[in-house]
Design a protein around this ligand. Sequence first.
Ligand code: SF4
Ligand SMILES: [Zn+2]
Length: 135
Amino acid sequence: MNTDWMKRAACEDMNTNMFFPDKAEDEGPARAVCSQCTVAQQCLQYALAQNTSLAGIWGNTNKRQRKRIREGGTAARPLEQSGMAAVNAAKTHCKRNHEFTPENTRWSNGHRSCRTCYNVWLRKRRQATREAVAA
Ligand code: SF4
Ligand SMILES: [Zn+2]
């Protein structure tokens, strides 16, 4: 596997302990670095290709998230593709400019979406249902 991207890693020369936090609450600093890293996609692909026991934050994902991506089956492929899928996968914000933080990211079938937008959509749907019932 090509590892040239590692030379461009934002975490190069950084304290690696930061990327192996004991608790999910301590993932923030590593994720902040990953979210600015230009080779995060390559990093994630690399991590997904390793043994499933690989720990730590790679490409802004933790072990549990990588498990979910693997289980989604299709997730690894769109990330590798060229074109819109890769462009979308590399985005750090949704189209309404909400950041894809871990808390604001929904994964379903390997597809990522924005939780904030999803909640807005959900509210609108509930409202529409109420209006339909009241009419
Ligand atoms: S995505 Fe994160 S862990 Fe991977 S190379 Fe970049 S900064 Fe390092
Ligand atoms: Zn959004």
